[in-house]
Unconditional design. Sequence first.
Length: 270
Amino acid sequence: MQISAVIIAFNEETDIADAINSVAWADEILVVDSESTDRTREIAESLGAKVLVQPWMGFSAQKQFATDAASFDWILSLDADERVSTALRDELAVLKGTAPNADGYTIPRLSIYLGREIRHGGWYPDRQLRLFDRRKGRWNSRIIHESFSLEPGAVSGKLKTDLLHLSVKNVEHHARMIADRYAPLSARQSYEDGNRTYLFMAVFAGWVAFLRAYILRLGLLDGRQGYTIAYFAMHNARMKHLIMLEMQAKDRSPATTKLDPPSSYNRYPE
């Protein structure tokens, strides 16, 4: 099995080197850059990665472009704020030396949030289908929380060791991500899926999200960070419903919601 490690990037000069170094064992490292204005491309090329420039098309389309552009059929899809752990590297090395027994493999993702490993609140194991045979599926067309979907009949397997996710940089960054990206895009996706909301749902959705993350999913065991995550889950849910109410009033998707490239592609669990 030959593996292409594929990374999409935009202005990732602070993260791209560590992401690339964590997949130095791969048979190919491909970085698809959406017209960065910093040193992302220069750093990637200096580390031996193949770099392609592709104007931003949205998460799913950008990742499909990167998948199609790779040299090998087996793809390991990585975000710039993620790292292949030493244990995962060793597990992948064993898999590379054998005939795969699946067409794609989910990998548990461990987020590091404000300096702490997060194992509760619905954030772990957060399995992601990140290693796959590109001939057996495609990236879905969702605006947010995109994923690679295996075709009917394809076999999915599970890896045991963690993909590390460096998550948000600070509380301000988390708040900005929700305001600029997650709440607007989640609202747009939900609206396009045919869902509608009401004022009472906007009021109660936040508390439901907080209680689910902090109590039902034991986020309280993650200390201050667990509380912060639950708080932002509440904030995100409220904002999403308020944006949907605005969209319903206009009876159209807001023209202000753009699929522009993220300044740092950090994603967290739904």
